[in-house]
Design a protein around this ligand. Structure first.
Ligand SMILES: Cc1cc2nc3c(=O)[nH]c(=O)nc-3n(C[C@H](O)[C@H](O)[C@H](O)COP(=O)(O)O)c2cc1C
Length: 349
């Protein structure tokens, strides 16, 4: 069974190199966010302040490499390299699901990173949290000396995956039990978090979430590509663009909860997208696919280039809106085009 899990993780890393994992009909709608150009910025590029704070930790830029991998030697190298780059850039970093470690502690080196990004997250699925309990989650945090743990929600992926979870009860209670004991961020994995769920999480004590909306990596599609039965293949095809577009999730979550810390992710593909996410109300913009692809195709140098390029574009966008910092960027009021406008209005009802 564990070999299966290792094999699955390995397949995931290969499959996400394929363009089909970002289905054509899927769109995070960041292109509907038009940042308003300011011809007289009255700012120097060096005067733009990208620094922020997430879960009590200072970040040099409002960016996060969200959890992806672990459990194999190849995954370990990705974690070590990307954590080192996150440390260098002063941004947040998360390892991938640590479920396998609960039964195979000898795989710890594939999750443990020597570098210290300013904010490091462990990772576990909400259903494993239900089954294995708070202590198991706390142990995972301790094992890699993380600052907190990301609890991921991935019902759509599980339903497509042969042998995946079919029972999603008890997750909110399990999260509520964990929250008093650890720094928790609750994250989706590409289908988005609606305002109703934001409210449930707030009531459960959660103070940080990653909306991980639709429009980037599609996990139903990844499972469709792995599927061996016609049923799974068909369901994966149908659900490959399932979810709430990332830009709509961010705006609606911010509207629903002024105080929740929000990581905006799902289909962020440039520093400009990151600026749009922040203008919509995200505290931090997160991404997974672009940096792991860069790493797998061109090693550390290519991943570093991706990260530096994102930071440069983010800074340029701030300056061109005349925004010294994130508060000013939000105040510069982006113009929201259709269909994002209708999505945001619909979610608010
Ligand atoms: C190769 C890969 C593996 C992933 N594995 C996990 C995981 O183990 N746990 C998790 O919470 N999210 C996982 N994700 C989801 C990402 O953290 C993110 O939420 C999602 O991919 C959307 O962001 P993107 O469009 O920038 O890729 C994974 C993503 C990728 C690309």
């Amino acid at each position: 069974m564990h070999d299966d899990l290792e094999q699955r993780k390995s397949q995931h890393l290969d499959l996400v190199q394929r363009s089909e994992v970002e289905p054509e009909g899927s769109d995070p709608l960041f292109d509907c966010v038009k940042l308003v150009h300011r011809a007289l910025p009255e700012l120097a590029l060096d005067g733009v302040d990208l620094s922020t704070e997430l879960c009590g930790r200072p970040l040099k830029a409002p960016l996060m490499v969200t959890g992806m991998t672990g459990g194999t030697e190849r995954a370990g190298q990705i974690n070590r390299d990307l954590a080192a780059l996150a440390q260098e850039a002063g941004i947040a970093f998360g390892v991938g699901s640590m479920r396998i470690l609960l039964d195979q502690p000898e795989l710890l080196p594939t999750f443990a990173v020597q570098s210290r990004p300013p904010l490091l997250f462990a990772n576990l699925g909400a259903q494993q949290l239900v089954q294995r309990g708070t202590d198991a989650a706390l142990k995972l945090v301790d094992l890699i000396k993380a600052d907190g743990i990301a609890i991921h929600l991935n019902a759509a992926q599980e339903l497509v995956q042969e042998g995946g979870d079919r029972d999603f009860r008890g997750q909110i209670d399990a999260i509520a039990r964990l929250v008093p004991q650890a720094n928790v961020i609750v994250k989706e994995t590409g289908c988005g978090i609606s305002p109703a769920v934001v409210a449930d999480l707030w009531d459960a004590g959660v103070r940080a979430l990653d909306v991980s909306g639709q429009g980037g990596t599609s996990w139903p599609r990844v499972e469709q590509l792995r599927a061996k039965t016609p049923e799974s293949r068909a369901l994966g095809g149908l659900l490959s663009d399932w979810g709430i577009p990332a830009a709509a999730c961010i705006a609606a979550a911010r509207e629903a909860s002024p105080q929740m810390q929000i990581v905006g992710s799902g289909g962020i593909r440039s520093g400009l997208d990151a600026a749009r996410a922040i203008a919509l109300g995200a505290d931090v913009a997160g991404f997974a696919l672009p940096i792991v692809r860069a790493h797998q195709q061109g090693g550390v140098a290519a991943a570093r280039e991706t990260l530096r390029g994102s930071i440069a574009a983010l800074k340029a966008a701030f300056l061109l809106c005349g925004a010294r910092n994130a508060v000013a960027l939000r105040a510069s009021r982006p113009v929201i085009l259709e269909p994002l406008k209708t999505w945001i209005e619909g979610l608010a009802e």
